[in-house]
Design a protein around this ligand. Structure first.
Ligand code: 5GP
Length: 191
């Protein structure tokens, strides 16, 4: 998605450890126009998939999951990072190791917000090693729902996530694919 790539080049910067910061429009301050453009693009790519619900993980996936769900005319649910003991009867729970924070969080979605049999589109801001994605796949499948695919704003193609997801047979749609952040320089993969 050309508009997103230009925005990343204009406003993004690279931190040591292969971290791309895009706080000015995606991870802290939110640019509503850009979020709507991304939502529209995800919705276009999954327009023929009869999506019942969009699911993401708090917090940075929420804005783009919301605009995608709005465009598709369906509800959006975000998995929460668990802070307390949850009853297994009430929630689907999985574990996700955070690439940026280096901690493992339990994430959950209340069962009442993920009815069995639905076709689910997953959305997230970044794809690195794929841990967040596999936590979300786990929750959706525990619920007896189908994963229609996963839409990612920024895929770091030099890490393992994209390969793991496609090898596991899931559909992956990334709006910007980054080949390298070496020497703190952003290089995109060819479309
Ligand atoms: P994964 O679970 O695929 O290893 O990492 C994905 C999660 O880590 C994303 O949801 C995002 O929050 C965070 N993340 C991974 N790499 C980056 C990065 O380069 N920049 C930012 N801002 N977040 C990242």
């Amino acid at each position: 998605m050309q508009e997103l790539k230009e925005k990343i080049l204009e406003e993004g910067f690279v931190l040591p450890g292969n971290i791309l910061k895009v706080d000015s429009f995606l991870n802290h301050q939110i640019d509503p126009q850009m979020s709507y453009a991304m939502g529209k693009e995800f919705a276009r790519r999954f327009a023929n998939d009869k999506i019942d619900r969009v699911v993401t993980l708090e917090s940075s996936g929420i804005a783009i999951a919301l605009t995608t769900a709005h465009e598709l005319g369906v509800k959006m649910v975000f998995a929460r990072k668990a802070k307390s003991e949850l009853m297994k009867e009430e929630a689907y729970i999985s574990k996700v190791h955070s690439f940026t924070k280096k901690v493992t969080n339990e994430i959950y979605v209340l069962r009442k917000f993920l009815p069995a049999g639905e076709n689910i589109l997953l959305i997230d801001d970044f794809l690195a090693d794929g841990n967040a994605a596999f936590g979300l796949f786990d929750i959706v499948e525990q619920a007896g729902c189908k994963v229609a695919g996963i839409g990612i704003a920024v895929e770091k193609s030099f890490q393992n996530g994209a390969k793991r997801i496609t090898e596991a047979g899931y559909r992956l749609e990334s709006l910007a694919r980054i080949k390298s952040l070496d020497d703190c320089k952003i290089t995109f993969a060819e479309d």
